[in-house]
Design a protein around this ligand. Sequence first.
Ligand code: SF4
Ligand code: SF4
Length: 123
Amino acid sequence: MVFKYRYTIIVAADSVVKPEIGPIRRSVETTATHEAEAKGSKMALLINEDCTACDACRPVCPNEAIAVGEPAYVINPLRCTECVGAEDEPQCKVACPADCIVANPDFVESQEILLAKYESLHT
Ligand code: SF4
Ligand code: SF4
C-alpha cells in the first residue's frame, strides 16, 4: 500500500504548520492510529487530501475547530475534542461525504482530557 497523504495542522490561532508526510512516516502514523483506536483511545481528528472543500463539516463543529485550508480543510487539534462534551460522535465525520476525516495519531487523548479541553473552550 502506498501512502501519499499531505495534510495541514493549525497548531495555534496565528500559526500554521504544513508538514509534508512522506510514505514511511505516514505508514508509521497509520499503524499508530490503528493501534490506538484498537485500544479504544480517543484523539483529535485530521482531514486528509481526499477533502473536496464542500464545507459540510465546518458549520457542525461545536468547537469551531475546522477552517478553510489549502488545498484541504484543516482541523485545529487544540480545539478538536472528537466532539466529546457536546455530541455522542464526531459531527464532522457524520457530515463529511468524502470520508476523509480520520484520527490524528499525534494527538491521542483520553476521554477525560478531551472533556477538559471542551470545558476550557466553553468557559
Ligand atoms: S470531531 Fe467534533 S470537535 Fe473535532 S473537528 Fe470534528 S466536529 Fe469539531
Ligand atoms: S465535509 Fe469532508 S469533504 Fe467537505 S470540507 Fe469537510 S472534510 Fe472536506
